[in-house]
Design a protein around this ligand. Structure first.
Ligand code: CTP
Length: 411
C-alpha cells in the first residue's frame, strides 16, 4: 500500500515553530509529509528545518518546478491538507479563494479533507471578519478546529493558542482513516464526558486506583468539541494528556468528587458519557496520618464500602430527551461471553448506549487503539473495528447524533 500523502501548510505566525513538532509526529508515525509554508512562515522557521524534517524540498511560490505544474499537482495528489498554524490572514485568503502563493493554490486544488488549526490573538479570532471566514470555510466542508485557551505570545492569555501538536497528529490520523469524521453536527449540543481513573485515598499518601489512561475519554471530548459541541470534560487521573482544545476541563480525584462534578454539569447537558473508570469501592475510613507498620500490632486490614453508582444516578435523574452513555470493560467467563455480560449490563444500567471493550492481554487499557461493540437500548449491536480511540469516538458521536435527531423528531 502506498503511504498517504499529507501536505502540511504553515502560516506566518509565532506558532509556526510548533508545526515542526507536528511534522515530526507525522513522519515518525510513518506518513509522507510535504511542507508548504507561506513566505511569512519562513520568517519564523527556516526552509532547511522543514526540508530536513520532511525529507522533501520546500517552496513557497508558484514559479518553481514550473514544467511540473507544481501549483496544481501538490494539492491534487494530497490525501490530507493540514494548515498549522492557520493565521487570520491565511483563513481570509482561503475563504476568499485567493491563489497568490503555493499554499493557497494547493488549498484550491485539493479534493481531500482540509483541516485548519488556527492560532492568533483572541481579538483577531473573535473579530466578525474572522468569524465569517471560519463559518464560510466550515460551510464548504473544511475542518476549522477551535483554538486552545491559555498563554498567548507576550503576557496576554485568552482563546487563540494553537491546539497541542499531539492533538493535531491524532486528528490528522482520524481524518485519514475517516475523511468525514468531523462534521459540525453537534453545534449547540451540550456534552459532558468523564474520563480517567478515580483514586480512593487510604491515607495522605496512598490510594486505591486503577489503570485507566483517560485516553478514550479525552478522545471523546476532543472529537465532540471539533464537531461543534459545548464540552465539559470531568477528568479524574490520567497519563499526561493535552487538554482537548475548546473543552472546559474540571479536574477531580475520587469517585465522590467525580460524581458531584458530573451531576452538576449534567443538569443542563443534552448528552452525558461516562467513560471514566470509577472505583466501585472506597476504604471505609481515610487515615488522617500516614499508616505505619509496627511490629507489635497486627497488619492493618482495609475495609471497603461501596461508592454510589454515578451512571445509575444519572439515568434515574435524566431529563426527557437527555442521552446517557455508559462504558464497560468486560472479559468473557464461565457465565457468558463479553457480549452476554454487556447486554445484561446495558439492561441493568438503563443507559441509551453502552460501549463495550473486551479487556485483558493488552487490550483497551493503556494502549493507543481500541475495539469493541456499541450496544443501544433499542437493540442495535454494532462492532467497532480496531482503530484509534478517536475513531471509536467518531463512531459513538455518530450514534449519539442519530439518537438526538430521533428524539427531536418525537418532540
Ligand atoms: N460507573 C459509575 N459509577 C460507579 C461505577 C461505574 O458511573 N460507581 C460507570 C462507569 O463510568 C461506566 C459504567 O458505569 O460507564 C460501567 O462500569 P463498570 O465498572 O463496568 O460497571 P459496574 O456496575 O461496576 O459493573 P461490574 O460489577 O462489572 O464492575
Amino acid at each position: 500500500m502506498s503511504q498517504p500523502k499529507i501536505v502540511l501548510g504553515v502560516g506566518g505566525g509565532i506558532a509556526a515553530y510548533k508545526a515542526c513538532e507536528v511534522l515530526r509526529g507525522l513522519t515518525e508515525s510513518g506518513h509522507d509529509v510535504r511542507v508548504v509554508p507561506t513566505e511569512a512562515a519562513l520568517r519564523f522557521v527556516g526552509a532547511a528545518t522543514f526540508e530536513a524534517l520532511s525529507g522533501h524540498p520546500v517552496h513557497t511560490g508558484v514559479f518553481t518546478e514550473v514544467p511540473d505544474v507544481q501549483h496544481v499537482r501538490v494539492g491534487k495528489e494530497a490525501d490530507l491538507v493540514l494548515v498549522v498554524p492557520a493565521t487570520a490572514d491565511l483563513l481570509a485568503r482561503a475563504a476568499h479563494g485567493l491563489a497568490d502563493d503555493l499554499l493557497t493554490n494547493t488549498l484550491l486544488t485539493a479534493r481531500c479533507p482540509v483541516a485548519f488549526f488556527p492560532a492568533m490573538h483572541t481579538e483577531m479570532w473573535e473579530h466578525p471578519a474572522t468569524r465569517d471566514n471560519v463559518a464560510l470555510l466550515r460551510a464548504r466542508g473544511a475542518v476549522v478546529t477551535e483554538p486552545d485557551s491559555g498563554r498567548l505570545t507576550g503576557v496576554d492569555t485568552g482563546k487563540g493558542r494553537l491546539a497541542d501538536s499531539r492533538e493535531i497528529v491524532d486528528l490528522a490520523r482520524l481524518l485519514l482513516a475517516r475523511p468525514d469524521a468531523l462534521p459540525r453536527e453537534l453545534e449547540g449540543v451540550r456534552v459532558v464526558v468523564s474520563a480517567g481513573g478515580t483514586r480512593e485515598a487510604l491515607d495522605p499518601v496512598r490510594y486505591l486506583g486503577n489503570r485507566s489512561s483517560g485516553k478514550q475519554g479525552y478522545a471523546l471530548a476532543r472529537v465532540a468539541a471539533q464537531r461543534g459541541a459545548d464540552v465539559t470534560l470531568v477528568a479524574a487521573h490520567t497519563v499526561a494528556l493535552p487538554e482537548p482544545a475548546g473543552a472546559e476541563v474540571v479536574h477531580v480525584s475520587s469517585a465522590e468528587q467525580l460524581g458531584k462534578a458530573v451531576s452538576a454539569a449534567a443538569v443542563d447537558a443534552d448528552v452525558v458519557v461516562m467513560a471514566a473508570a470509577v472505583a466501585d469501592f472506597r476504604p471505609e475510613s481515610r487515615a488522617e496520618h500516614k499508616i505505619k507498620k509496627t511490629d507489635d500490632a497486627p497488619d492493618p486490614a482495609i475495609t471497603l464500602t461501596r461508592n454510589a453508582d454515578i451512571l445509575a444516578g444519572l439515568v434515574a435523574d435524566r431529563r426527557p430527551g437527555q442521552i446517557i452513555v455508559g462504558f464497560a470493560a468486560e472479559t468473557g467467563d464461565a457465565h457468558g461471553s463479553v457480549l452476554d455480560h454487556a447486554r445484561a449490563k446495558l439492561r441493568r444500567k438503563g443507559s441509551d448506549l453502552l460501549v463495550v471493550n473486551a479487556v485483558g492481554e493488552g487490550m483497551a487499557f493503556e494502549v493507543e487503539d481500541n475495539t469493541g461493540w456499541l450496544l443501544s437500548a433499542d437493540g442495535l449491536e454494532q462492532r467497532i473495528p480496531l482503530g484509534a480511540k478517536a475513531q471509536l469516538a467518531a463512531t459513538l458521536w455518530d450514534a449519539v447524533t442519530d439518537l438526538l435527531g430521533r428524539s427531536r423528531d418525537r418532540q
